[in-house]
Design a protein around this ligand. Structure first.
Ligand code: HEC
Ligand code: HEC
Ligand code: HEC
Ligand code: HEC
Ligand code: HEC
Ligand code: HEC
Length: 341
């Protein structure tokens, strides 16, 4: 049964008497099979109970308040990147909905969005399609085949929604003749959202891994950990979810894995700084960021791979090993060994 159909039934069971429900399910199922269930606002106002959502509860405001705190609500990149067709599918909420409706991958939109919106309610939910409670259904939960990593697919329940955008925009570097990685600049790396590829153990340089236990066992993957059982829209990871399996966890640093990962990242950073392939700057708020120098350069394979993996884990995955503990350790151990004479 599709999520949309399931939601319809859940919604109706909640709001209507069982007898009416049986008649309505029959009627709605036949309309749904006949084709599009989208209705116009005028049609909806005659029949639809708008108060499934617009009512005297905090159903909408409660989520709005959380969303405003989230990276999706505070992020500003959509303004600058939304109008660019190479960025619109992930950076404009409206652009994302259009991309999904057209069955496109993020590199396929042919136009930018000149009125870009953030990753908001309408980006993730079907808001105002039928004007009933089933419009909380997610825009998509179909498995995501990575467009930059052919043959690799993320299939993690509702987390598939997230993986559409939180997937790499670049594949790991290819080694040129002579054993060097060429064309390294300050934009080197998979681009900012490789969490889904890390979870299935791919996209690092020099080593493929296996999918994480967290990919196999956490219900709805990203959504399970980042929204928890209360659908928390701050998208902060939820410690209660961790405790469901790691019963004694008091932080995300289960068994000290985040501390150990940070120590390896620090070691590798030192090696990359010594090799002159990383430059660090500190902003007014004291936040350090480290990227390769701007002008294009080449590096030996071991250095190029180590640099890619450090950027992947430190700058872009952001979980300090939690998304895929084993693959993260493998990439960092190999990289450190490769840089150590
Ligand atoms: C599935 C829940 C849901 C239902 C049902 C629903 N709405 Fe909404 N509506 C929303 C959400 C969520 C927003 C806020 C959108 C945002 O903040 O981006 C919204 C916003 C609005 C707004 C503010 C302007 C706008 O478009 O953002 C109006 C007006 C509105 N809805 C009217 C209606 C009417 C009329 C109906 C019934 C015919 C209806 N809605 C049914 C969820 C719903
Ligand atoms: C339409 C594309 C899109 C979808 C779908 C999406 N995200 Fe995001 N996400 C982004 C973008 C873009 C940013 C960064 C926004 C900015 O900086 O302007 C972001 C930021 C974040 C952040 C904050 C990261 C930080 O560095 O602070 C988290 C956490 C996050 N997303 C988790 C999720 C989860 C969990 C889901 C699925 C429920 C999801 N995202 C779905 C595009 C998306
Ligand atoms: C496949 C989806 C996708 C595409 C395409 C994409 N981005 Fe992003 N971008 C993301 C995600 C996801 C994040 C947030 C990642 C996080 O914070 O973990 C992000 C973050 C960013 C940020 C904020 C980074 C920061 O350090 O705060 C900038 C700037 C950005 N992207 C620029 C671009 C530009 C420019 C393009 C087009 C040339 C583009 N992006 C295309 C998914 C995408
Ligand atoms: C990044 C994607 C994303 C964004 C943005 C987002 N949501 Fe959600 N929302 C989800 C996911 C995932 C769930 C969990 C789905 C489930 O319960 O099956 C959810 C669940 C909900 C629910 C519970 C629905 C139910 O049937 O129990 C409500 C209500 C809701 N969201 C409202 C909103 C509102 C209002 C906004 C805008 C302020 C918003 N969401 C923005 C992804 C998102
Ligand atoms: C096992 C639970 C779990 C799963 C599953 C999971 N995450 Fe995470 N994620 C975390 C934890 C824990 C962190 C690190 C938080 C911290 O240390 O503050 C994190 C970090 C992140 C960050 C960086 C946040 C920041 O503030 O820099 C993003 C973005 C993110 N995850 C997105 C995703 C996406 C997208 C998925 C699905 C492809 C996903 N996560 C799956 C637990 C999880
Ligand atoms: C559905 C069950 C489940 C949930 C929920 C879950 N994990 Fe896990 N986690 C596992 C399994 C299974 C393993 C692999 C076996 C092991 O090493 O204990 C694992 C391993 C880990 C490891 C590596 C441990 C080690 O010693 O190598 C860390 C770190 C971790 N999880 C953190 C988290 C965090 C943080 C959360 C919540 C944000 C979380 N997990 C949620 C099941 C889960």
């Amino acid at each position: 049964m599709s999520i949309k159909r399931k939601r319809l039934i859940k919604y109706m069971a909640f709001t209507m008497a069982p007898a009416i429900m049986i008649a309505l399910i029959a009627a709605v199922v036949s309309t749904m099979t006949m084709g599009s269930s989208a209705v116009t606002l005028a049609e909806a106002q005659e029949t639809a109970p708008c108060n499934a959502c617009h009512n005297n509860t905090t159903l909408i405001d409660g989520k709005e308040a959380q969303w405003e705190e989230s990276g999706h609500g505070t992020g500003t990149a959509f303004m600058e990147e939304g109008p660019n067709k190479s960025c619109v599918g992930c950076h404009s909420g409206g652009g994302f909905s259009a991309m999904i409706a057209a069955g496109q991958k993020p590199n396929q939109p042919t136009a930018g969005d000149n009125n870009p919106t953030p990753q908001d309610c309408r980006a993730c939910h079907q808001t105002h399609t039928t004007y009933t409670g089933i419009d909380w259904a997610l825009e998509t939960v179909a498995p995501v085949s990575f467009y930059m990593l052919p043959g690799k697919t993320f299939d993690g329940g509702e987390g598939n929604l997230c993986a559409n955008c939180h997937q790499p925009r670049k594949a790991a570097p290819v080694v040129a003749a002579g054993g060097t990685v060429t064309g390294i600049t300050n934009r080197f790396g998979p681009h900012h959202g490789p969490q889904s590829s890390v979870m299935i153990g791919t996209g690092g340089a020099g080593a493929e891994g296996t999918s994480a236990a967290h990919y196999q066992y956490v219900e709805n993957t990203c959504v399970g950990c980042h929204m928890g059982s209360t659908d928390n829209h701050t998208t902060e990871p939820n410690i209660a979810t961790c405790k469901g399996c790691h019963t004694t966890a008091t932080s995300f640093d289960v068994n000290g894995v985040q501390t150990a990962t940070q120590a390896k990242l620090d070691t590798l950073k030192g090696l990359l700084l010594n090799a002159g392939v990383l430059v660090c700057t500190v902003d007014e708020e004291g936040v350090e960021s480290c990227v390769p120098p701007t002008a294009s350069f080449s590096a030996p394979q071991n250095v190029g791979y180590a640099l890619w993996n450090w950027i992947l884990i430190n700058n872009e995955d952001g979980s300090k090993g939690v998304h895929n503990p084993e693959y993260t350790q493998t990439l960092l151990d190999n990289s450190i060994a490769g840089m150590t004479p």
